[in-house]
Design a protein around this ligand. Structure first.
Ligand SMILES: Cc1ncc(COP(=O)(O)O)c(C=O)c1O
Length: 484
């Protein structure tokens, strides 16, 4: 057991009466959550303060930075969302430019909006067969920085939701030539850098700020994450200031203890844990070779990306016999396997060091079983045509920044009537939560087709109203005369 949990346990057993927050008073024995409440406190005497750590939490943060080889690590109790908000806020201000992946998570866009910064977009390569983003190339970063040397930071996502990794080492080298920091959203890679069989963490490869959702791939409670810093390109006081702004002033010790436990456990058991994961994955990918109707993403597809995290299992449907959503549904209903997300013709499963061999066996057995059914169909049936538009390949036309777009009045229009209008809100598939349309961008006809296709396929499209009408928010036609 880690030090923090040990101390919480001792406190809960002591005779100290809690005339302090939280209001459950650790005494809600009628609740099934009582085992958690027993340990749930916020800053009180004898415990440390997440915002000004000096004792227990500081020690634990130091253990985390040693494990990941960072100069300093901050605990986040509001997910990577808080990390992205703080990292971008600390490095760019009003009207300053940031070079960022167009495939960034909405939290990065929200930071740009809050700071009213000016985003310049990096367009990653594109995996046509799976229809999602690949890596951001060093060349793309170099070209954009040459054209926009006034950028104050570079922000990219590596790995992506689908496990695609960019060449962070080269990108850091290029970024540092401009004396600006590289921020890497490594939300899906908290297991990186801990074992040579998996990719290195961006913090080991020269990035200045790296954000990891511990809760996504490590044994830590939902909402817990880490923000690592290295070098001196980022002003640490400024970073801390923004962490205080974006994080609760009453962080729960359950989260803090959860992070400490995860670090403590992985520090002690990492070889055993990663060996087991590696062995399970090896067997899974070996058996997956016999699949005919499904295509599993692997390093063999490496023309559109630099590297791939094989713990992220991406299953594509060859010949589009069924959609991603249908595959997700059948895996849940028939085989009781809940996958993380569905795309048009693929599904994604998250695996990690806490998975069991039984879990991997059940997934591959189900896929083999389904494969036989699909392969025995005489005719390949296409439920949906792939839309002509490959919008991700096209650069979007941006008229103004998301912050500026927010200063004008907007209205709702039917999706069918939105061509040529300027978006007033984000539209994105959830998950993964990276915008297809950003406020300030001109809405193209091809994109409308694609969004309708997503809706027809039952994918969750946020920003488009449900029902027949399918409305979206756009700026008023004469928007320049209509400031809010
Ligand atoms: C790439 C990426 N970054 C950041 C986040 C936000 O992470 P969190 O849920 O830990 O706030 C997500 C969430 O899914 C994500 O996919």
């Amino acid at each position: 057991m880690g030090e923090i949990l040990t101390k919480l346990n001792q406190y809960s057993k002591s005779d100290i009466y809690p005339f302090h927050m939280p209001g459950h008073k650790r005494n809600f024995s009628d609740s099934p959550l009582q085992d958690l409440y027993r340990l749930d406190i916020t800053e009180i005497d004898g415990f440390d303060d997440l915002h000004e750590p000096e004792g227990l939490i500081l020690d634990s943060m130091r253990k985390a930075s040693a494990l990941y080889q960072a100069d300093e690590t901050f605990f986040l109790v509001n997910g990577s969302t808080a990390g992205n908000l703080a990292a971008i806020s600390a490095t760019v201000s009003e009207k300053q430019k940031i070079l960022m992946g167009r495939n960034s998570h909405k939290s990065a866009y929200h930071a740009v909006y809050l700071r009213n910064a000016d985003p310049v977009y990096l367009y990653p390569d594109y995996l046509k067969q799976f229809q999602f983003w690949g890596s951001v190339t060093p060349k793309e970063v170099e070209t954009n920085l040459l054209q926009n040397p006034e950028c104050k930071a570079v922000f990219l996502t590596s790995p992506t939701y689908e496990g695609i990794v960019s060449d962070v080492e080269k990108i850091a080298e290029i970024t540092h030539r401009y004396q600006i920091p590289l921020i890497v959203d490594e939300a899906h890679g908290a297991h990186f850098g801990l074992d040579p069989r998996f990719p290195k963490s961006a913090i080991q490869l020269g990035a200045d700020l790296v954000i990891q959702s511990l809760h996504k791939t490590m044994p830590s409670p939902t909402q817990t994450a880490l923000l690592h810093i290295k070098g001196n390109l980022v002003d640490r006081d400024r970073l801390k200031k923004f962490l205080k702004i974006y994080q609760s002033s009453s962080p729960s010790y359950l989260f803090v203890a959860g992070i400490d436990e995860a670090i403590h456990y992985v520090e002690r058991n990492r070889n055993k844990l990663f060996t087991a994961l590696s062995d399970h994955l090896y067997e899974f990918y070996q058996r997956a070779k016999e699949l005919k109707s499904f295509e599993i993403l692997s390093n063999g597809d490496q023309t559109s990306f630099f590297n791939y995290d094989r713990s992220r299992i991406v299953i594509g449907v060859r010949s589009h016999q069924i959609t991603g959503k249908e595959l997700l549904q059948v895996l849940l209903e028939k085989y009781h396997l809940q996958l993380e997300m569905a795309g048009m013709y693929h599904v994604t499963a998250i695996s990690g060091i806490m998975d069991t061999k039984e879990g991997f066996d059940r997934l591959i057995d189900a896929l083999i079983d389904l494969d036989q059914t699909l392969s025995n169909q005489d005719k390949m049936i296409r439920f949906y045509e792939v839309p002509e538009s490959e919008h991700f390949l096209d650069k979007q036309e941006s008229i103004m920044s998301p912050g500026d777009a927010d200063s004008y009045l907007f209205e709702k229009v039917k999706l069918d009537e939105a061509e040529g209008r300027i978006a007033a809100d984000y539209i994105y598939l959830y998950p993964p939560g990276s915008p297809i349309i950003v406020p300030g961008e001109v809405i193209k006809g091809k994109l409308i087709l694609l969004l309708k296709q997503y809706c027809n396929m039952g994918l969750v499209v946020r920003g488009v109203s449900e029902g027949e009408d399918k409305e979206i928010h756009v700026l008023q036609k004469n928007f320049s005369e209509c400031k809010k």
